[in-house]
Design a binder for this molecule. Structure first.
Ligand code: SF4
Ligand code: F3S
Length: 104
């Protein structure tokens, strides 16, 4: 499965949700997750993310995010349409150390 990682936090561009054929994205306040059990591994969302936040969970760096994606997907609402990105999304793009800023 693919998962969303730290780069999404406070960027939340949501381009990813528009292309997912199985609508398996879930929305938090400043982060999105993929339900890895619903993802069919098509890979089309990965290049759509302007923040380069989406990776296969087989990637070492992404593996650490797999459990968070699974957990939040069980709590947060499903999202299938792109809404407004945060006004300061571009300022947070590519910033390191955002993991602690995730709003649960
Ligand atoms: Fe959806 Fe495909 Fe991305 Fe999985 S890889 S989240 S199925 S668009
Ligand atoms: Fe996040 Fe990228 Fe989607 S920033 S909301 S994973 S397009």
């Amino acid at each position: 499965a693919y998962v969303v990682t730290e780069n999404c936090i406070k960027c939340k561009y949501q381009d990813c949700v528009e292309v997912c054929p199985v609508d398996c994205f879930y929305e938090g306040e400043n982060f999105l997750v993929i339900n890895p059990d619903e993802c069919i591994d098509c890979g089309v969302c990965e290049p759509e993310c302007p923040a380069e936040a989406i990776f296969p969970d087989s990637d070492d760096a992404a593996a650490a995010w797999a459990q968070a994606n699974r957990d939040y997907a069980g709590i947060w609402p499903n999202i299938t349409r792109k809404g407004e990105a945060p006004a300061d999304a571009d300022a947070w793009k590519g910033k390191p150390g955002k993991a602690d800023l995730l709003s649960p």
